[in-house]
Design a protein around this ligand. Structure first.
Ligand SMILES: Nc1ncnc2c1ncn2[C@@H]1O[C@H](COP(=O)(O)OP(=O)(O)O)[C@@H](O)[C@H]1O
Ligand SMILES: [Mg+2]
Length: 264
């Protein structure tokens, strides 16, 4: 990347759950506005790494720098304050509130004394801003005054992404964003994720669907059994080397000198 200063820089990150070493001496970087795909088999440590970034889990050792300074991410609140948003499978939207209210949920709480008198005015302002953000991300929603409960899974995710943009987040973490979506919705979700780049927002995307990852990310990082096995800029990927890195076949080949994939 031509950007000299990473937005997120993790070094020597180690994390165990009892006897299970989930992460081992992990180095992971994300540059501003960059989309990074984090791939690996089940149990490789992907979610654990993302949970550390989002403050849900804590590393046993290692350092994290964000926006140029060393940080301790004690909890999800810390992460959010720093500008890190995580999109979970069960999205934290409130069903019986409309899209505008959901997009601004919590944001008005910053100045509680402003509630009441100028609420109507704020409401119109919020509606205009919500609409503008959704337009920028090309999210097609009938009306921003629609209650969230009538939306599809893909639309809900889109609203959550719009919400993160509205909050001025710098990094969005997506753990299997397309897993629960149908084909068409998954495609739309990927398009929206791709547009976050234009907003200058960096993303980390975990997905077992390599095609999905390849269609949106700039760089792909492979983790296996808690260890980062390699990374590639998307334009530099050769053949099926990512699959080989995920399964460990590439290393076997090197170590054993000519082992075929089938014998791994
Ligand atoms: N809270 C936990 N308690 C015990 N073991 C865990 C916990 N979270 C993850 N693990 C273990 O850590 C390893 C990495 O898990 P995870 O990060 O969820 O992998 P991935 O997301 O790549 O599938 C796995 O062996 C998993 O069983
Ligand atoms: Mg996982």
């Amino acid at each position: 990347m031509d950007s000299p200063q990473p937005l997120l820089e993790m070094e020597h990150i180690t994390k165990s759950f009892g006897a299970v070493q989930a992460l081992q001496d992990v180095a992971f970087r994300v540059y501003p506005g960059e989309a990074v795909g984090l791939v690996g088999d089940n149990g490789a440590g992907k979610s654990t790494l993302v949970k550390i970034i989002s403050g849900v889990e804590h590393p046993d050792s290692g350092t994290i720098r964000f926006d140029g300074r060393e940080v301790t991410i004690r909890n999800p609140e810390d992460a959010r304050t720093m500008g890190i948003e995580t999109l979970y499978q069960d999205l934290a939207l409130i069903n019986n509130l409309d899209i505008v209210a959901n997009m601004f949920l919590g944001r008005e709480l910053v100045q509680p004394w402003l509630r009441g008198a100028i609420q109507v005015l704020r409401s119109r302002e919020m509606e205009a801003e919500a609409r503008q953000i959704l337009e920028r991300l090309k999210i097609n929603i009938g009306s921003v005054r629609e209650k969230v409960e009538v939306l599809s899974g893909g639309q809900r995710q889109a609203i959550s992404l719009g919400r993160a943009v509205g909050w001025g987040k710098k990094l969005i973490l997506l753990d299997e964003p397309t897993a629960a979506l149908g084909l068409r919705e998954a495609q739309q979700a990927l398009e929206i994720i791709g547009r976050l780049k234009d907003e200058g927002i960096a993303t980390v995307i975990i997905s077992h669907n390599l095609q999905h990852v390849f269609s949106v990310v700039d760089r792909i990082v492979v983790i296996r059994r808690g260890v980062i096995r390699g990374e590639r800029l998307i334009g530099e990927v050769v053949g099926d080397e990512i699959v080989s890195m995920i399964t460990g076949v590439a290393e076997l080949r090197t170590i054993e000198g000519g082992l075929q994939p089938s014998s791994a």
